[in-house]
Ligand binder design. Structure first.
Ligand code: ATP
Ligand code: MG
Length: 455
């Protein structure tokens, strides 16, 4: 498939109808970017972006109920509940753009080509211009050779690579993401420019970097390749110096390699469906760079939790995500022994938190896989998991699960609302963790009365 070639595609109805409305209104409208790239690769597109000659005001008018996000002039058209909206963006031209490889064969859509020229990589600078919407007929618009680059497995910046990375350093991370996701080699000029501009990634906003890193971690492909590539390009030391510092930190594990390689393997072994969990795997051993002494890493989980918190704050991660990852790292060295009493199991669950338990077991499983460690069939983490499940089914692990509430203490015992209620509930929870059969209304009230009497 080359620029100008006929290209028949099967469009979802909602996308076809958006294109048809724009064309009927006399505008030019085309599919652009990732969806066309995915169609060329015969992958189902994740989202459908439309570019048009119609100004945003006209687009908003054509689709009542659509939302218009300034300042990019992107209008999101939503017609089907649940389905992602179709994004319609008016043709844009980036200031300072100089036209290079525009082939003579392309006469239509002069502004469409300018819109493509401001995009990051040739594989993303592709469009599909319909000529027979009902039948899914149209042509490929590919002025920069994106289809050929896909075929040869090349990631190439559009136009002057140096200028592209100077315009927007986020493209450095995006390049790594696309190269990993589609298994592409960096075109030499693109790679040279990336090395030259790696340092400029330091000025990127945390939000934008986090967004790309999570997209990178969420892929079906293993994340290790992406982070090795970032290291090779000098990008890792700029964006995640704490992780880069694990290179050459020696480890004594069944699987050879330094602490950096171990971290990548751990991230790889995490479920791809949960990108923040993969991030926890990637960052779980950050503390090893600081704590190595006599072949041991005493306290690395505490040092690592602190370093990870710094990283996540820099990336402007939401608070809940920071708490989740930092707690996992702090707890990841837990050890279990089969002689734990049931009460000890319940205390463990309470300390970890019911919500975090499965994540912690997932981190341990990935850490083990990345170390070549096997849990013993009896008395290992699987046993703890089973016992924890039984403990959760058996009795309360949280004050909210007690058979009485603070209000009951107020009405039944005549205690006035205040900190005393919280202290009593905490003490009752301790009692119920020791012996779940005590979690029964009358027994708990009786216990509390007794404590009150004895002062
Ligand atoms: P995905 O399938 O992962 O969503 P995508 O190609 O759709 O990949 P998006 O980040 O959704 O990637 O961006 C949509 C399109 O917008 C891209 O295909 C690209 O053409 C363009 N684009 C996005 N970000 C940039 C950028 N920083 N610089 C230049 N072009 C960009
Ligand atoms: Mg997209």
């Amino acid at each position: 498939m080359r620029d100008g070639d006929p290209f028949r595609i099967s469009l979802p109805d909602r996308v076809r109808s958006v294109l048809a409305s724009l064309v009927d209104a006399g505008a030019e409208a085309a599919l652009v970017g990732g969806s066309v790239r995915d169609l060329l690769r015969r992958d189902p597109p994740a989202d459908w972006d439309v570019a048009t000659s119609a100004p945003p005001e006209q687009v908003a008018e054509l689709f009542p109920g659509s939302t218009w996000q300034n300042p990019f002039g992107t209008v999101t058209v939503r017609d089907t509940e649940g389905e992602p909206g179709v994004e319609v963006t008016t043709y844009r031209v980036e200031a300072g753009y100089r036209d290079r490889r525009r082939p003579e064969s392309v006469q239509w859509g002069r502004s469409l080509i300018q819109d493509l020229a401001r995009r990051d990589f040739t594989i993303n600078a592709v469009a599909w211009l319909p000529d027979d919407l009902a039948a899914g007929g149209g042509r490929l618009v590919d002025p920069f050779g994106g289809a050929e680059d896909l075929e040869t497995g090349t990631l190439r910046a559009v136009g002057d690579a140096d200028a592209r990375f100077a315009e927007d350093a986020l493209r450095l991370v995006r390049a790594v993401r696309f190269a990993t996701r589609f298994d592409l080699r960096l075109d030499p000029a693109t790679e040279t420019a990336m090395r030259r501009h790696a340092g400029s990634a330091a000025a990127l906003s945390g939000e934008r970097v986090r967004d790309e890193l999570l997209r990178l971690l969420a892929g079906p492909q293993l994340p290790s390749g992406a982070f090795l590539l970032m290291e090779r390009l000098g990008l890792l030391a700029v964006l995640l110096p704490e992780l880069a510092a694990l290179r050459d930190v020696p480890q004594l594990k069944r699987i050879e390699g330094d602490a950096f390689e171990h971290s990548l393997r751990t991230a790889d072994a995490m479920p791809a469906s949960d990108a923040p969990l993969r991030l926890a795997g990637l960052l779980h051993d950050l503390g090893k760079a600081k704590t190595l002494a006599d072949g041991h890493f005493i306290g690395h989980e505490t040092a690592g939790a602190e370093l990870a918190e710094g990283v996540l704050k820099r990336l402007r991660s939401p608070r809940a995500e920071i708490t989740r990852i930092v707690r996992l790292i702090r707890l990841h060295m837990f050890s279990y022994s089969p002689n734990w009493t049931d009460a000890a199991v319940r205390r463990f669950v309470r300390r970890v938190g019911v919500d975090l338990l499965e994540d912690l077991f997932a981190l341990r499983a990935a850490d083990n896989a990345a170390s070549g460690t096997r849990e013993p069939p009896v008395g290992g983490v699987e046993e703890l998991r089973a016992r924890a499940a039984a403990a959760m089914a058996m009795g309360p692990l949280d004050a909210s699960q007690l058979a009485i509430s603070g209000d009951d203490l107020v009405t039944e015992l005549g205690i006035s609302p205040g900190p005393e209620i919280g202290r009593l509930l905490a003490r009752l929870l301790e009692a119920a963790i020791d012996d779940p059969s005590r979690n029964e209304r009358e027994q708990l009230l009786e216990l509390a009365r007794g404590w009150q009497r004895s002062g």
